[in-house]
Design a protein around this ligand. Structure first.
Ligand SMILES: Nc1ncnc2c1ncn2[C@@H]1O[C@H](COP(=O)(O)OP(=O)(O)O)[C@@H](O)[C@H]1O
Ligand SMILES: [Mg+2]
Length: 624
């Protein structure tokens, strides 16, 4: 009954037009076609998935269209790699499926009214015969083993072959021991980062994408893999998201994804959690938690002036106080230390190498500097008595301090007072030179130890400038320790140590606005980035606001993981500063699913679309 109805429908449709696919060619035509010599590609007939088509007036230089028989449509994935054996001239081209596979009816346009009518009226029954169409972006022309930019185009009707996994891997060069994920468009094609290659991680990395796009998951995966590869990792955790990395992933969604991929949930071993003295951490129960306090003497006076946002007049006073404080420390035998009239040699040598763009005067505490400023203010205000001094260095030597300060010409009580107020505010944070029991300065050799993962929780620091000062200081400390260890290993012929420094919320650390206001801070980072290339220190910057990153910073990065970015302007700007990602991939960036990313690394022959592996370790959800 039903069948009869359908047959009736079909006949009606056929009656209306003779051009519906299956029934189109009449018997005579079919017989004629059978008689024709069918085109058979002479070589490699096996493995052919389609043939290139003629170019149309809208054809573009780098792309070529190929048609696929119906049964091959399901075999040619988007982003799949293909080889085209140009028929007639013997040239071989390599390409990537940039769009498609599309299905279109034979001999008709897919949106022809007839096709539409048939489709809605009869569903599957009267589906015209169809074929596939793919748009191939030409990646290059093969000459021997090398691949060169294409100078010609494949001729029409050239056979198209899908590359197998081995060929694909060889062409994309996407292997590496640090597993990152799976390539989209390939069956089980793993994408990794080679941890041993100096030309990759030490060329610095940006992980960019909107909130919730998968950055932290990617970063935690990367860190765990880096540790496995024997690197030291230091993570500047601005939101306190990574403080529980030592525990296995327990978010049900991640656990399920891990199970699907056959990856075990596992915490990162050997983590240490650092937080600044007097600030909270998001994981108080971490088994290896360390409260730290940086010595004020580590900070470059130039950087301090920037952070304190001093006016020119205040800066002049700052330097006057700083120079006099130095002289007093020497005079009193505090630094260089003088024991029974003898000056400590090693201190003198250290002072000879002192680079005040990078560090302050050894042994100078914030309290001592503040005392000198107070003494100046006292003199300028022409007060008779001696001021009260508080630092351990100077409190018993007020007369010496006053004598010295009086020799130095000083004026303007207003700016001395303002300077004192600013230093006093910094002092009140109780961050520098802390004497609290159990609190130490960071041991940078320990941070740079191979296999150590150090999470620095900065989530409870409200003063952004101060936090940046701490971040800059830690990066610099790590760089020194890394250089020392690297040079020692290089001298002795041992395996060189490798270190990664990961900076979350990098836009807060190095925004365009901040870099303009604090040129010294950026110069420090830039110098470290350049030295890091030679001494195996890789920087990784993460941000959900890439539009705030200055071009100078993007200029330092050579590897990118681009998660979803919604804003077209931001993408436009990134496109101008990041090379090597083709237009088709840029278009994908706005619509990536969480965990998907466009990955462009120096070891890859071209940027790839990657489904990043789920993370094995636990991440804390950042507060919304
Ligand atoms: N690689 C991934 N695979 C599967 N899901 C992911 C992946 N990365 C992220 N997600 C999903 O997206 C959510 C947000 O990821 P997250 O890494 O915190 O993003 P971001 O740090 O960019 O804000 C995760 O909780 C998870 O649900
Ligand atoms: Mg995050």
């Amino acid at each position: 009954m039903d069948n009869d109805l359908e047959r009736g429908d079909r006949e009606r449709v056929n009656g209306q037009s003779s051009s519906v696919a299956r029934e189109v060619p009449d018997d005579a035509l079919l017989r004629e076609m059978d008689g024709l010599e069918v085109y058979t590609p002479p070589r490699h007939a096996e493995g052919i998935v389609g043939w290139t088509m003629f170019d149309t007036p809208t054809a573009q230089d780098d792309t070529v269209v190929a048609l696929l028989p119906k049964d091959k449509i399901g075999k040619v994935p988007n982003r799949g790699l293909v080889r085209i054996e140009s028929e007639g001239d013997g040239r071989t081209y390599l390409g990537i499926v940039q769009a498609g596979p599309f299905a279109e009816p034979d001999g008709l346009r897919g949106d022809a009214p007839l096709v539409v009518t048939v489709q809605v009226r009869s569903g599957q029954m009267l589906l015209p015969q169809f074929h596939g169409r793919i748009h191939i972006e030409l990646m290059g022309q093969k000459s021997g083993k090398a691949v060169t930019p294409p100078r010609f185009r494949p001729l029409p009707s050239s056979p198209v072959f899908l590359l197998d996994a081995g060929e694909t891997r060889e062409l994309l060069r996407c292997e590496g021991d640090m597993a990152l994920g799976l390539a989209v468009g390939h069956d089980d094609l793993k994408v990794g980062i080679p941890s041993g290659r100096k030309s990759v991680m030490p060329r610095h990395t940006g992980v960019l994408g909107t909130t919730g796009a998968g950055k932290s998951t990617t970063v935690s995966r990367m860190i765990q893999q880096a540790q496995k590869a024997g690197m030291a990792v230091i993570l500047l955790d601005v939101e306190g998201e990574y403080t529980e990395m030592g525990r296995p992933a327990d978010n049900p969604e991640m656990v399920e994804l891990l199970a699907e991929r056959g990856i075990a949930a596992k915490g990162v071993s050997d983590t240490a959690l650092y937080h600044l003295v007097g600030t909270e951490t998001t994981n108080l129960r971490h088994p290896n938690r360390r409260e730290f306090s940086p010595p004020f003497s580590r900070l470059s006076p130039y950087m301090v002036c920037e952070i304190l946002d001093l006016t020119d007049a205040q800066q002049t006073r700052y330097w006057q106080a700083y120079e006099n404080c130095k002289a007093l420390l020497r005079e009193l035998g505090i630094y260089p230390q003088r024991v029974m009239g003898r000056v400590e040699e090693s201190h003198e040598r250290r002072l000879e190498r002192l680079d005040e763009f990078a560090e302050g005067y050894p042994g100078m505490t914030l309290g001592a500097l503040l005392d000198v400023v107070s003494a100046f203010l006292h003199t300028v205000e022409r007060q008779e008595d001696s001021p009260r001094l508080y630092s351990t260095e100077f409190r018993d030597s007020a007369d010496r301090v006053m004598r010295r300060v009086k020799q130095s010409k000083a004026e303007s009580a207003v700016s001395w007072r303002a300077l004192r107020a600013r230093l006093f505010r910094l002092m009140r944070l109780n961050v520098f030179d802390s004497r609290k029991p159990g609190v130490h300065s960071i041991d940078y050799d320990e941070l740079a130890r191979p296999g150590a993962v150090s999470v620095i929780d900065l989530s409870d620091m409200e003063a952004a400038d101060l936090r940046n000062l701490v971040i800059a200081d830690i990066i610099r400390g790590v760089e020194r320790a890394q250089e020392k260890a690297f040079d020692a290993a290089a001298r002795s012929g041992a395996e060189v140590p490798r270190t990664l420094v990961v900076v979350e919320e990098a836009h807060e650390f190095l925004s365009v606005e901040r870099v303009r206001r604090m040129p010294n801070l950026f110069q420090t980072v830039s110098r470290i980035a350049k030295r890091g290339r030679k001494r195996w220190l890789g920087l990784v910057f993460i941000t959900q606001h890439p539009q705030h990153l200055p071009d100078e910073l993007l200029g330092l990065l050579n590897n990118y993981v681009l998660h979803r970015i919604n804003d077209a302007n931001t993408i436009g700007r990134l496109r101008r500063s990041i090379g090597g990602i083709d237009a088709g991939l840029w278009e994908r960036v706005t619509s990536l699913a969480p965990g998907q990313a466009v990955v462009s690394f120096t070891h890859l022959s071209r940027a790839m679309l990657v489904t990043v592996d789920p993370t094995q370790c636990r991440l804390r959800m950042a507060e919304e």
